[in-house]
Design a protein around this ligand. Structure first.
Ligand SMILES: [Zn+2]
Length: 82
């Protein structure tokens, strides 16, 4: 898998702030040189920002946690396939 494809798979996680520090650094280094990933990351960040702005009752925290856990599971599965 190319660096571009790897980073692309991490963008939503990077926007959520759940990547490891060294992975986050790789994302930042990549988006500095890749317009496609940078605009996609900005989209995810806008989305994360909107979610954060919602009143707490609108997004039950258990739902957020479950969604995040599922994303991380899929990410781990994708990482194992590499
Ligand atoms: Zn890229």
């Amino acid at each position: 898998m190319s660096e571009h494809e790897t980073i692309r798979g991490w963008l939503s996680l990077a926007a959520s702030g759940v990547l490891e520090a060294d992975e986050q650094r790789r994302v930042e280094q990549h988006v500095a040189t890749c317009d496609a990933c940078r605009s996609e990351l900005e989209g995810w960040q806008a989305c994360a920002h909107e979610l954060a702005r919602l009143p707490a009752p609108a997004v039950p925290s258990h739902l957020v946690e479950r969604t995040r856990a599922r994303v991380l599971e899929q990410f781990a599965a994708a990482a194992e396939r590499r």
